[in-house]
Design a protein around this ligand. Sequence first.
Ligand code: SF4
Length: 343
Amino acid sequence: MSRTPWTREQVLDLFHRPFFDLLFEAQQVHRAHFDANEVQVSTLLSIKTGACPEDCKYCPQSARYNTGLETERLMEVEKVLERAREAKVNGSSRFCMGAAWRNPKERDMPYLVKMVQEVKAMGLETCMTLGMLNAEQAGRLAEAGLDYYNHNLDTSPEFYGDIITTRTYADRLNTLENVREAGMKVCSGGIVGLGESPEDRAGLLLALANLPRQPESVPINMLVKVKGTPLENQEELDDFDFIRTIAVARILMPKSHVRLSAGREKMNDQMQALCFMAGANSIFYGCKLLTTPNPDENSDLQLFKRLGLRPSGVSQKPDEMAEIELHEQIAEQNAPKPLYYEA
Ligand code: SF4
């Protein structure tokens, strides 16, 4: 079904609306397409950490910056499966596996295929983020049962070169095309607070919304300033500008899950509640967001309970949230090390 592409003027117009007018419209769009009290919950695990050859200026996993991050080789399949089992018990419906690579190598493919097959067999949706994929690799992962592939556009095409020089915007679009052609769902979003202008935030959302098919999942990350990265002293973004970005994403991509991603641990409960009101309806649950801290599972569950939200795709209802205490204990025992997101 063809869609009229959004224009830059329309997107800028949304960004310039009075805050509450924008939020009201976003909430209406949200309610027309989703249950407003449901939040999709994913767990993210870094299956290969650090030593990445790319130069993304925000990322502590780049080998070019000295961030003190402990690097780890590709995890053994069985260890990944253990984490997936825990994620399922803790209420996640999707398990995302991230590797800090420019792209996967041929030698890695059989392990990746096995991970996808086994996690899928547990009844979880599967997602991976491994860097660039060629058509053949995308086809093999899709055949193994990979539901989603994450590959972010990061920022606007105009600002992109200020943040990454080792791969182009066209490379990213090419990977997204390979993922689509292989029949997988697309998870693609970006990061705000990189020093971009409001026009760049509009440009990022315009690029995402005007893809031939809109991504099913749109992570919106707030920059986490990691010491040792070139953006460690980046000026803070106004919280309201972040919420506006969520609201505009919701309006432009009404059927996509908009995910509150990296940076959430710095947001207080009221800020997160406003993001949900603006149309965010997906989060990462668990302490690992590739290399930056994520609010621990406990506080997420408490917030869900206070707002009457429930995780989608699992059987818990708000009045049954007491049962979650058991899950909280499991989560505490298994509290993983902090990680960052995006490849
Ligand atoms: S964002 Fe991804 S590609 Fe860029 S440096 Fe980090 S791990 Fe590598």
